[in-house]
Design a protein. Structure first.
Lengths: 317, 414
């Protein structure tokens, strides 16, 4: 057989295989693509379109151009939006320090073969399994100024001066919510960091020990740099989570985000604006949609960065 | 055996073939009302099954708006009172239907019917009248020989006596900003008086009037008699604390009574209107029509829904409603439970209701920024937390309402 003919046959076969493969790839991704378009892309585009309208949720939508954005960024509504925006930043900062800091510390302890480490690994993840609404309700009771566990404990150990209305005091309300949030999610961060620590080749650490490195040096010079890529991923997840936070605030201080909006975040501003509070509240879905676009504009660049980082890591592997 | 089987099949058929009417509400406490209405209708030979569902008040309005527009709403809904942006929008878009041709409204007063009337048509059967004021534990008042106060100073004296004797005078649900706005409004009708509120509505006075700031100051000074950490407490905390005698007085509405009685059947509750500044002023109560039971455009079972609405307009419904909820039914001629408190509340509603108000049912809550949501709710919390002064609260009210309220804009030359 002529060699050129054989090569042509292979080429044809390869093209056919590629065609079949493309067809199947499309076929298999189609259901996910449809669902993604329906539940992610369509609402996103619809929200974007809605942000240029004034709409009470019922009746005709009135095109207002950029009025909602003007109102949100420079008008009467801007005070409320930026107050919430700074709360989101505070939320992110404190949650990051606590969840990554404590998460690393606990994961490090769990990775060293301490007695009861397996049991503690389960215990630390347990709050993650409690539904968020129940967490909010439960901690609402714990923090109750009259009958709450926290104040009763402080009084019992002679720290009565520290007892306060945690969720009613403007200086402690948001921090209390963040701490409850940390309590709920810490287990997840511990497990992810622990997995990263356990992925470090043990011979690296053994070699360091043989060379006489102290525990601190091993932790700071070997373990920490090697889990740093995981930290980066978690940091971006924390950022996205902190700017999308709604449920914890809603469960603990309600849609009014009291006291006097001291626990307000962009999520609660959106909810109040789009769906209103109690009976007489004024609503505008268009203005609410503008708030979601604002959140999206903050979160999206970071999400893209996240994808690049994760992709980059995977490629480097 | 065969006879039993036939009877069972017949009973099953009756149940399955009964018309079903779905009702949505924000009032979970009304579930028993509808069970009893179903029984009453059955006695009248109308086999209607009522399917009642309650939603969280904060989510309710958005829920019905979406459901009715997508055709997945119920036959009947509880609607908010008029005037008010929400209900008006629903009517204008044909989602609530007029029911004049089906229902006999002769058992309702003209004033009450105003809250369901839009462009001459009635959109719903009013269900309750709410009265707010100060509810107190009679046992504490008897123990310390206290009398219902006639002036604000007497109220402060009572609080002083209670505190001296180790009783928390007031339990305030400060975490729920709406309850603080309500407290301001119920004090306003007596301390400022209806004449002053009328002047405010007409643009003859404004929020910077020293009288308004004086009311803010009085409320701010009263906080020393509230429970410790009151800004962290909810209405649920308040219900339990008041029912079990942990506090002597609450600024609340008659709808709380059902809960207090359920928690502690032995509680002995009294009521008085917030006292005015001096004895020569008359005290007033903040009274408002709560809402209505309304036919929706999504109605699937029109005939049975109309039967239910017709029944809601009868004194019999009012009797059931009052006996279950201890609320005052909007329909007249109902037999109220023999509870002295309820009789007193009815008398207050009939004879001492303030004709002018600035909270629910007033013009000041119809646009944004609203006096209710944007000024008094967060403002009262800030004042109580010591972050703003009584003068600053007045200033905020003035700035917010003068943005859109024409008589005030005119007064200020805007």
């Amino acid at each position: 057989m002529c060699p050129s003919l054989r090569a042509g046959a292979f080429k044809n076969w390869g093209e056919r295989a590629m065609k079949v493969r493309t067809k199947y790839v499309l076929l298999f991704t189609l259901p996910a693509l449809i669902l993604y378009s329906l539940f992610v892309v369509y609402p996103l585009l619809d929200s974007l379109a809605l942000s240029f309208y004034s709409w009470k949720g019922v009746g005709p939508k009135i095109f207002v151009g950029l009025k909602n954005f003007r109102e949100m960024l420079f008008g009467n509504f801007s005070k409320e939006v930026f107050n919430a925006f700074f709360h989101n930043i505070y939320f992110f900062s404190l949650a990051t320090v606590l969840e990554l800091g404590l998460g690393f510390l606990i994961a490090f302890l769990l990775a060293s073969k301490l007695k009861g480490a397996k049991l503690f690994r389960t215990v630390v993840y347990m709050p993650n399994m409690i539904p968020l609404v129940i967490v909010g309700f439960m901690w609402g009771l714990f923090l109750n100024p009259q009958i709450g566990l926290v104040n009763s404990f402080l009084k019992l150990v002679g720290l009565k001066a520290l007892a306060r209305p945690w969720l009613g005091d403007p200086s402690t309300a948001l921090t209390s919510i963040i701490l409850v949030n940390v309590w709920r999610h810490l287990g997840f961060y511990v497990l992810v960091i622990l997995a990263a620590i356990l992925n470090i080749p043990p011979d690296l650490i053994e070699a360091a020990y043989i060379d006489g490195a102290s525990n601190w040096k091993i932790a700071s010079r070997i373990i920490f740099p090697m889990v740093l890529p995981t930290f980066r991923t978690l940091l971006i997840l924390l950022f996205i989570g902190s700017f999308n936070v709604f449920d914890m605030v809603y469960a603990m201080t309600g849609v009014q985000a009291g006291p006097f909006r001291k626990t307000d975040v962009l999520g609660t501003v959106f909810y109040r604006t789009a769906f209103g509070g109690l009976g007489s509240a004024y609503v505008d879905m268009g203005l609410g949609a503008a708030v979601t676009v604002f959140i999206f504009a903050i979160v999206m660049p970071l999400s893209i960065l996240y994808v690049f980082l994760v992709e980059g890591r995977e490629r480097s592997w | 055996m065969r006879r039993l089987l036939v009877l069972f099949v017949v009973a099953l058929c009756v149940v399955l073939l009964a018309g079903e009417v779905s009702i949505w509400s924000w009032r979970s406490q009304d579930a028993d009302v509808w069970k009893q209405v179903e029984q009453e209708l059955r006695k009248m030979g109308k086999d209607i099954k009522i399917n009642f569902t309650a939603f969280a008040p904060t989510e309710y309005d958005a829920k019905i708006a979406v459901a009715l527009q997508t055709g997945t709403g119920p036959d009947i809904v509880y609607s908010r009172r008029l005037p008010g942006g929400r209900t008006q929008t629903m009517i204008e878009n044909g989602l609530y239907l007029p029911i004049d041709e089906y229902v006999d409204f002769s058992n309702f007063s003209e004033t009450i019917l105003k809250s369901v009337t839009y462009q001459g048509k009635k959109y719903g059967v009013p269900f309750a009248v709410q009265v707010v004021g100060i509810f107190y534990n009679k046992d504490y008042f008897d123990r310390f020989k206290l009398k219902e106060p006639e002036t604000w100073d007497e109220l402060v004296e009572i609080a002083k006596t209670l505190k001296k004797n180790g009783i928390t005078p007031f339990f305030i649900p400060g975490r729920e900003a709406w309850a603080l706005a309500m407290q301001h409004a119920m004090c306003g009708v007596s301390v400022l008086g209806p004449e002053w509120i009328k002047k405010l509505i007409d643009g003859e006075t404004d929020f910077l009037d020293p009288k308004f700031t004086d009311l803010n100051r009085r409320l701010n000074e009263l906080k020393v008699y509230y429970q410790d950490g009151f800004l962290a407490n909810s209405t649920t905390d308040m219900d339990a604390a008041f029912a079990f005698g942990q506090a002597a007085m609450v600024f609340y509405g008659i709808w709380g009574y059902q809960n207090w009685k359920n928690l502690n059947p032995d509680i002995n509750v009294g009521y008085f209107m917030v006292p005015p500044v001096s004895k020569d002023q008359k005290p007033y109560a903040y009274v408002y029509m709560d809402g209505a039971i309304t036919l929706t455009s999504n109605v699937k079972n029109l005939n049975d829904s109309i039967e239910v609405l017709k029944f809601c307009a009868t004194p019999k419904f009012g009797t059931i409603f009052a006996n279950v909820t201890y609320n005052i039914p909007a329909v007249s001629g109902a037999q109220l439970p023999k509870v002295p408190l309820l009789e007193e509340i009815v008398d207050v509603y009939l004879n001492h209701a303030s004709p002018y108000v600035y909270w629910v049912g007033s013009v000041f809550v119809t646009q944004k920024p609203s006096l209710y949501d944007d000024v008094l709710s967060p403002g009262m919390q800030e004042m109580y937390a010591g972050r703003i002064s009584p003068e600053e609260l007045s200033k905020r009210a003035q700035e917010a309402i003068s943005q859109w309220y024409e008589p005030l804009k005119k007064r200020l030359g805007k």
